[in-house]
Write a protein that binds this ligand. Structure first.
Ligand code: SF4
Ligand code: SF4
Length: 310
């Protein structure tokens, strides 16, 4: 039987291993129900702010009660891994969101978390399950509860040291680790830069995004042709949108990731607007091999390029 001293020691070892694996922040939260998020989530869904993302309606109960995803859950270990690149695309070209420059983070992070989960299971501390944006989990709220940062007006998690360009992922375990204090402050203050900069007014209230207006939704999630409800201008976005994060003052302190798999194909950074117009399927496959951009397929990306070019 492992006692609390053992778990305290293991917690420190996990934090050390997480740093070695490239995570910037890690925190441990008690796996309680998120009842206080229920009304907000339901109101968001009832207002239809999830647009055509039907999957958001599914498993709403699991988002609130994590034990429905992992029975016996005691601790949610939350991890933040930077995806801020050393070099960005030309400011004048059509833009891919920074998180999608390199290989798909789901696979990259899963391997890292598997390494950490083994530290728990192999030593008989308990069992666990890995989540990399792959199940109905309120990831930002868990990161906040684990003490990593606060949820900004653009709805993303902001770490006070290095801003918001982070992938979040979790291990849920039945091991009862010592918990970290939740991050109860919100340092957005009177700032409204993200709200003011959003080209489609998609941030309808602090922390609330109407996906029907958001360019991330339209360039990634929306299937098929665009319609009369599609925003008129795409502000040069062809896969995702970083505008609300780019203007956030906390991102002046962004930390460049140290993960080779997240590095872009060298051609990606040099493509000009006119090059995107001529993108062939072969070049698409080379540029985005193993990338999240593959999600739109060539047809989706060329649809977005046409729209962004007006
Ligand atoms: S991702 Fe772009 S469109 Fe969506 S809320 Fe942020 S700035 Fe607005
Ligand atoms: S831009 Fe300002 S309001 Fe928006 S998330 Fe950053 S600090 Fe908060």
């Amino acid at each position: 039987m492992k006692n609390s001293t053992d778990l305290k020691k293991l917690k420190q070892q996990i934090a050390t291993r997480a740093k070695q694996l490239g995570f910037s922040f890690i925190g441990f939260a008690r796996a309680n129900q998120l009842d206080h998020c229920k009304n907000r989530l339901n109101a968001w869904l009832e207002n239809g702010y999830h647009a055509e993302m039907q999957y958001m309606e599914n498993h709403a109960d699991k988002r609130i009660d994590i034990a429905k995803l992992f029975p016996g859950a005691k601790t949610v270990i939350s991890f933040a891994h930077s995806y801020f690149p050393a070099k960005e695309q030309d400011p004048e070209t059509l833009k891919i969101a920074k998180y999608a420059y390199g290989q798909d983070y789901h696979h990259v992070l899963k391997k890292k978390l598997a390494n950490i989960l083994n530290m728990i299971t192999d030593n008989g501390y308990g069992s666990g399950r890995i989540f990399t944006d792959s199940a109905p989990i309120l990831e930002r709220e868990w990161a906040r509860r684990a003490g990593i940062g606060w949820i900004g007006k653009h709805s993303l998690l902001i770490t006070p040291k290095h801003g918001s360009f982070f992938f979040l992922s979790e291990i849920i375990t039945d091991a009862e680790f010592p918990y970290d204090a939740p991050f109860d402050k919100n340092y957005c203050g009177t700032c409204t830069r993200c709200i003011d900069a959003c080209p489609t007014n998609a941030i309808i209230a602090p922390g609330i995004i109407d996906s029907n207006k958001c360019l991330s939704y339209w360039t990634i999630e929306h299937k098929g042709e665009f319609g009369t409800n599609t925003p008129e201008k795409f502000s040069d976005r062809i896969f995702g949108c970083d505008i609300c994060q780019d203007v956030c003052p906390w991102n002046k302190k962004s930390i460049v990731h140290n993960e080779n798999s997240f590095a872009p194909h060298p051609d990606l950074l040099s493509l000009k607007k006119e090059d995107w117009k001529k993108l062939s399927i072969d070049h698409f496959n080379i540029l985005f091999k193993k990338s999240p951009v593959k999600r739109t397929k060539f047809s989706g990306l060329t649809r977005n390029i046409k729209k962004a070019n007006g």
